[in-house]
Design a protein around this ligand. Structure first.
Ligand SMILES: [Cu+2]
Length: 95
């Protein structure tokens, strides 16, 4: 009986710790399809614009796949803002 309760307590503590770690990091990853990128030059100009945006931690752009994988702090920047940044480079962030 006691053993079952302590296992439950352990599981609760673990869940709480994981939940808190996630909340502190406030880091989110999203994949956005980008239309119009033809070569690495295109990809690097999109990456440059994204990396210059406050809250963006990582931006991996692939012109072959036509997409960008962005890791960002969702307390500093929104996905809508990231799309606007992509659009401002002359390419189009697909829905
Ligand atoms: Cu290009």
């Amino acid at each position: 009986m006691f053993r079952r309760i302590s296992n439950f307590a352990l599981a609760c503590a673990l869940a709480l710790t994981l939940g808190m770690a996630t909340a502190f990091a406030a880091s989110k990853t999203t994949t956005i399809r980008v239309e119009g990128m033809k070569c690495n030059q295109c990809a690097s100009s999109v990456a440059k614009a994204l990396k210059a945006t406050a809250g963006v931690q990582e931006a991996e752009v692939s012109s072959e796949k036509g997409q960008v994988v962005i890791t960002y702090d969702d307390e500093k920047v929104t996905e809508a803002k990231l799309r606007a940044v992509i659009n401002s480079t002359g390419f189009k962030a697909a829905e």
